[in-house]
Design a protein around this ligand. Structure first.
Ligand SMILES: Cc1cc2nc3c(=O)[nH]c(=O)nc-3n(C[C@H](O)[C@H](O)[C@H](O)COP(=O)(O)OP(=O)(O)OC[C@H]3O[C@@H](n4cnc5c(N)ncnc54)[C@H](O)[C@@H]3O)c2cc1C
Length: 483
């Protein structure tokens, strides 16, 4: 009789009987892949090409009941379990080596209720799925800036993008979520149904169950918005970043201006002699009327002497895909991120010197301007704590040759460490690498203990541990004994 080796939650190796696998496959309508299947190799791949894990099984779920079957199967065998939404998390937590991958990539439906201004989004949908469905009605909800990112992971960690300074984080627009919890039950979390779970899901990551659907509030946006790129020579970096920092202190909430320090890609609006040279890019989007946007963003074109300007009215959904070509699937990636409440001159100097030592043409330092509506929500209103960040720096180490692994990772770590003394000590779970588990307490700060309590209630055995993990808190009687 054939058996299939797998890892348990305790990382012991056990064998699965063929008959158990066959019975499981009959319960999952999208099928279950094992290493012998032709589609297995593609299905196990995630966005970060450095992640090369081989799950024992991949359950291709198409419905809530498929997910329930997968969660119950994992519980029966105590199988190490991961959940794949869009597969974009840098740490590769969507794939468990030797475990069960609950794959939601077949669940991408988006239903828009234009009259109620809500969208119901399936747990494996990508940002582009939501943007195209909602923009057909001139509506949108705040998500990230890369259309191939998964809605699920992004939202569960917080979720910010071009609309967030005006409309808040993705979690601030989450009305309800349908979740399969570790006991295999389907629960709806909202302000009046499992409010503790609803609180925890809004920033606590994939720790509390498998979210099969999200309901978001929608807002009028576009369809055309004023957006684009202004590119400055690196020689003017200090002047430009100072001007940007001063400008962003009072910019209207509708306008977001992000900085990217990198080598210029061969964009058609840039002169050929700039291609491959270090540049400072101002990427901007104003989500009000195009006329207001043009007026509000005009100073961004005067931070220095640009070498290229490409701004104007653009379809919102189109701008949401603008960075996709630079951030395609399969590249090797290692990211490090800091939150800043303010950017001092010294912090700016660190950003510039780190960018000047960039180890490759795909590496970049991104600094998102956040604040606005995000910081007007109390830090304990949802699990997402880092609301006092005005800027989020993300060092994107990105390369293609495995021989460069250590060199690029070392650069990203150095850039992070040199910026850390100027940062505020919090962080963003969605940007943490696999070797940063210890940052979880700083990221959740005063919300961490409450998250542990909710984790104990809904996932006491820590089944959902392939994430930036919140370990279940002690049982109430133990807690009393400890204190
Ligand atoms: C190119 C790129 C651009 C990005 N841009 C932004 C941005 O603009 N703004 C921003 O806020 N973030 C951004 N991010 C970070 C992004 O939010 C995270 O990578 C996020 O985790 C991606 O979600 P996913 O579903 O694609 O990831 P996955 O890798 O599938 O999952 C990430 C985590 O969430 C869990 N998870 C996934 N789906 C579910 C589910 N349905 N139920 C329960 N748990 C689940 C997984 O188990 C895993 O732990 C970006 C990332 C990349 C790679």
């Amino acid at each position: 009789m054939h058996t299939l080796p797998f890892l348990t939650l305790d990382k012991d190796v056990r064998q699965l009987r063929e008959s158990d696998l066959e019975a499981f496959s009959r319960q999952v309508s999208g099928g279950v892949l094992s290493p012998a299947d032709g589609a297995y190799d593609e299905a196990r791949r995630v966005w970060n090409g450095s992640v090369d894990r081989r799950p024992a099984l991949i359950a291709r779920c198409l419905s809530d009941s498929d997910v329930q079957a997968a969660v119950r199967f994992a519980a029966t065998h105590r199988m190490l379990t991961s959940v794949r939404g869009g597969g974009h998390h840098i740490a590769g937590n969507a794939v468990a080596e030797g475990g069960l991958m609950i794959d939601l990539s077949g669940m991408r439906s988006v239903r828009v209720d234009a009259a109620r201004r809500t969208a119901t989004v399936a747990g494996g949908a990508l940002l582009g799925d939501v943007d195209s469905a909602t923009q057909a009605h001139g509506l949108a909800t705040p998500l990230g800036i890369n259309s191939t990112t998964g809605v699920a992971g992004l939202t569960l960690g917080g979720g910010f993008g071009w609309l967030s300074r005006r409309l808040g984080l993705s979690v601030d627009n989450l009305v309800a979520a349908t979740v399969v919890t570790a006991d295999g039950a389907v629960r709806v979390a909202s302000s009046d149904s499992h409010p503790d779970l609803y609180w925890a899901l809004r920033g606590g990551g994939g720790n509390f169950g498998v979210v099969t659907s999200f309901e978001f509030k929608l807002h009028p946006v576009g369809p055309e918005v004023y957006s684009g790129l202004v590119v400055y020579p690196f020689a003017q970096a200090r002047q430009v970043l100072h001007a940007w920092r001063d400008f962003t202190r009072d910019a209207p909430d509708e306008l977001s201006v992000w900085t990217v320090l990198r080598k210029a890609p061969p964009l058609p609006f840039l002169p050929a002699d700039v291609h491959g040279r270090d540049v400072v890019v101002m990427a901007l989007l104003h989500s009000g009327s195009v006329a207001e946007g043009e007026k509000a963003a005009a100073p961004v074109l005067r931070f220095g002497d640009p070498v290229g300007v490409h701004v104007g009215p653009t379809p919102y959904a189109g701008f949401q895909t603008a960075f996709d070509p630079l951030l395609g699937k399969g590249g090797r990636n290692y990211w490090k991120s800091n939150n800043f409440s303010a950017l001092s001159d010294a912090a700016i100097d660190v950003l510039i010197s780190s960018a000047a030592s960039s180890p490759g043409p795909e590496c970049e330092i991104f600094v998102a301007q956040v604040g606005g509506a995000i910081e007007r929500v109390r830090p304990n209103a949802t699990a997402y704590l880092g609301r006092d960040a005005r800027y989020i720096m993300n060092v994107h180490g990105r390369w293609s040759d495995a021989g460069d692994d250590e060199r690029v990772r070392a650069w990203a770590r150095r850039a992070f460490q040199q910026a850390a003394p100027h940062a505020n000590g919090t962080g963003y779970v969605n940007f943490l690498t696999e070797d940063e588990g210890e940052r979880v307490t700083a990221v959740y700060g005063a919300n961490h203990e409450r998250l542990q309590t909710v984790k104990r209630r809904y996932d006491p055995d820590n089944v959902f541990r392939m994430n930036i993990n919140i370990v279940p808190g002690p049982a109430p009687n133990m807690k009393a004994a400890i204190s």
